[in-house]
Design a protein around this ligand. Structure first.
Ligand SMILES: [Zn+2]
Ligand SMILES: [Zn+2]
Length: 142
């Protein structure tokens, strides 16, 4: 079991070791069937049953941390950006997403100023188009 998934009871997520991302609780069986088809059916069944007995959150319930945190074991670490506008601190995984965010500030006092954001290391609990917005900023690792 532990060679395939890591249960993180603090954040209530089940992390796939191979894909370095949390698996949504309703998606465990499909994730294993689709992306781990090399595993024996029995093993996939065991993991699915194990997951069903855990207290797990859905992606929409994932915490977005504002403060710096130690990396969460098992999750991929990506290069991202943090908005430097005071009291904002919005995190994004790409420069284009951050630029799009920054435009929201241009309606306010920062419109004529250069873009204000810094590089940082980020993690996300869940991956995939709809779920990837949940980032946790990590220690300054650069
Ligand atoms: Zn996986
Ligand atoms: Zn901002």
């Amino acid at each position: 079991m532990d060679s395939h998934v890591i249960y993180n009871p603090e954040h209530k997520v089940l992390i796939c070791r191979q894909h370095k991302t949390a698996i949504p609780p309703h998606f465990v069986e499909r994730h294993l069937r689709g992306d781990h088809s090399q595993l024996a059916l029995e093993t996939r069944k065991e993991i699915t049953e194990y997951a069903a007995g855990l207290n797990l959150i859905e992606p929409g319930q994932a915490t977005v941390f504002q403060e710096k945190r130690a990396p969460i074991h098992g999750l991929v670490i990506v290069d991202g950006f943090r908005c430097s506008v005071p009291d904002c601190g919005m995190l994004a995984g790409s420069k284009s997403a951050m630029r799009k965010h920054f435009k929201e500030h241009t309606r306010n006092a920062y419109g004529t100023e250069p873009e204000r954001f810094v590089k940082t290391k980020l993690q996300t609990f869940f991956s995939g188009q709809q779920n990837i917005r949940y980032y946790a900023q990590l220690w300054n690792m650069h």
